[in-house]
Design a protein around this ligand. Structure first.
Ligand code: ACM
Length: 538
């Protein structure tokens, strides 16, 4: 097997050598993320209109997905039918589950494209889905118009992800993303075998999820003007929050693409809108006029009032009922605790609970919320600050000041997702975080004890919107999506490979060659990516 892998690597390298820009664009061997094992024997399999996608009951939805994508990307329409309905499988793509492939794990797959057929096998449907993604990357980049045939290079692939968590965070708290935008990003995640969408739903300036029990939270999200403050035509209103029905629509869309959606409700900071909307219930007392900038009052939920925790019982209850993911992200980052220092209710709580100071109060807050989540059957997920609170081993920590906090949390037995701003923050300029820098990210700390390695779940890329307030102005405007695309791509693709491919196969020059060939594919999907001169030249 090792020899075969080496042969495959040599053949890929041979293709890479001496190619012109033109051959880059048409080079079929540009699979991203790079598969664990790939052989390229040469030759092609030609799909024609007589070809079909043959499925079983377990793989039908993957087959239908592949058929839709082949039409969209290559203009080729194939019928999807049960494998038993067609005697002769020659000329077909066969998608099936196989217990013999169980070593490849929950998301792994085996794919063989022979001269006369393609066969994808996996122990579970997610693997078949990823085999389909690979099939879609094998033909040359798409050409417009309807096709009667499509040639796919012959390959033998055995593939499985290195890490189970490969995600993107979108900051819809600061800037509302239309439903279509969200779906488009979910499609793009799936295309690069990523499987987590972290949905940042609340911020100081916005609360984007409708909560039945607290309807005022989303009242600010109804506008009579567009983002340029011009009245909407016909006196219409625009709604910039998500109803439970819309969230279910996104969840179903993501589920079909093997993407888990994890909601984030920020606390105790980054919460001005909620606190300002329900001050009696949620704001600290005796603070107005005593802190520089009275708005600071609104920057933190009062930790002294029981009504704050009643609020979270209600909100997290509805959120937990809506989202099937085992995790709810509760933020926890950058709390500004000045109000807690002078609020009599918070001070009384510190005394009653025998806490030392506001830091102790922060820990109390986070632990109490963890208990609320546990009652709903959910695990707490939070930015690294929450690790200070002394949480249960079920809590999952997102490391963002480098990987150190993640290493420490994993050593204590908590699961960890790595998102160091130095490599993973997509809102950073390319001058600070280049594509090559993102690609060089290694999620597993070198000094991680072997028995703790399983706690490093993987990598997630946050796309914050605060940096971009001038162009987003917290409301979507013409050009906002183009800017998000530009920040996200192609760095997200680099991080997709970091999360999926074996460490020993990661190679910047090889990646750069494959990424270059994806320019056409991204263009076809209307992704307005940053054309990194290190990849595409000047
Ligand atoms: C963060 O960037 N405040 C998690």
């Amino acid at each position: 097997m090792v020899t075969r892998v080496i042969l495959a690597i040599i053949s890929i390298a041979a293709v890479a050598q001496g190619q012109t820009d033109q051959t880059d664009q048409t080079n079929p061997l540009a699979v991203i993320p790079r598969p664990m094992k790939m052989e390229v024997p040469g030759g092609k399999f030609v799909l024609t209109k007589q070809s079909a996608i043959l499925v079983t009951a377990d793989t039908r939805s993957e087959g239908q997905y592949l058929a839709r994508q082949l039409v969209a990307a290559a203009g080729l329409t194939l019928e999807v039918m049960g494998a038993s309905e067609r005697k002769d499988h020659a000329g077909c793509i066969v998608l099936r589950l196989s217990a013999d492939r169980k070593d490849l794990g929950a998301e792994g797959y085996w794919l063989e494209v022979r001269k006369d057929r393609a066969i994808a096998e996996a122990p579970a449907p997610a693997g078949v889905f990823y085999a389909c993604q690979t099939i879609l990357q094998l033909p040359p980049p798409p050409v417009e118009g309807e096709k009667t045939s499509l040639a796919i290079p012959q390959v033998k692939i055995a593939d499985a992800p290195r890490f189970p968590w490969r995600g993107l965070m979108l900051d819809t708290g600061r800037c509302y993303y239309h439903m279509d935008w969200l779906k488009r990003y979910i499609d793009l995640l799936a295309r690069y075998k990523m499987n987590r969408f972290h949905w940042h739903l609340t911020e100081r300036v916005g609360w984007r999820i409708e909560i039945r029990k607290y309807p005022e939270l989303t009242r600010h999200g109804v506008h009579k003007t567009d983002a340029d403050k011009k009245p909407l035509a016909g006196g219409k209103t625009a709604r910039e929050y998500y109803t439970p029905g819309e969230i279910r629509e996104i969840l179903a869309y993501a589920r079909n693409r093997r993407v888990m959606v994890i909601p984030e409700i920020e606390m105790p900071g980054h919460c001005g809108l909620a606190v300002g909307t329900y001050p009696k219930q949620l704001a600290c007392e005796g603070v107005a006029g005593r802190l520089r900038g009275a708005h600071l009052v609104n920057r933190i939920f009062c930790a002294g009032k029981d009504t704050t925790f009643e609020f979270f019982e209600g909100v997290l209850g509805e959120v937990s009922d809506l989202f099937p993911a085992p995790w709810v992200h509760i933020g926890g980052d950058e709390p500004i605790m000045d109000a807690w220092k002078i609020c009599p209710k918070c001070q009384a709580r510190i005394k009653a609970e025998n806490l030392k100071n506001v830091h102790g109060l922060y820990n109390y807050f986070i632990k109490r919320v963890e208990k609320i989540l546990a009652k709903k059957g959910k695990r707490l997920y939070g930015w690294e600050e929450v690790a200070r609170a002394g949480l249960s081993s079920g809590a999952t920590i997102q490391s963002w000041h480098g990987i150190g906090p993640g290493l420490a949390a994993a050593k204590r037995g908590n699961d960890v997702v790595m998102s160091p701003s130095s490599h993973c923050y997509l809102d950073m300029s390319y001058g600070k975080v280049s594509v090559a820098r993102s690609y060089s990210f290694e999620p597993m700390p070198a000094n991680m004890p072997a028995d703790k390695m399983r706690h490093i779940l993987g990598v997630e890329a946050p796309m914050w919107m605060d940096r971009w307030r001038n162009w987003a102005q917290y409301r979507p405007r013409t050009g906002t999506l183009a800017r998000v695309d530009y920040q996200v791509f192609p760095r997200l693709i680099a991080l997709a490979e970091v999360g999926w491919s074996p460490k020993k196969l990661r190679d910047w020059d090889d990646f750069r060659r494959r990424l270059k060939a994806h320019g056409g594919r991204l263009g076809k999907m209307n992704v307005r990516y940053y054309r990194d001169p290190a990849v595409w030249g000047n």
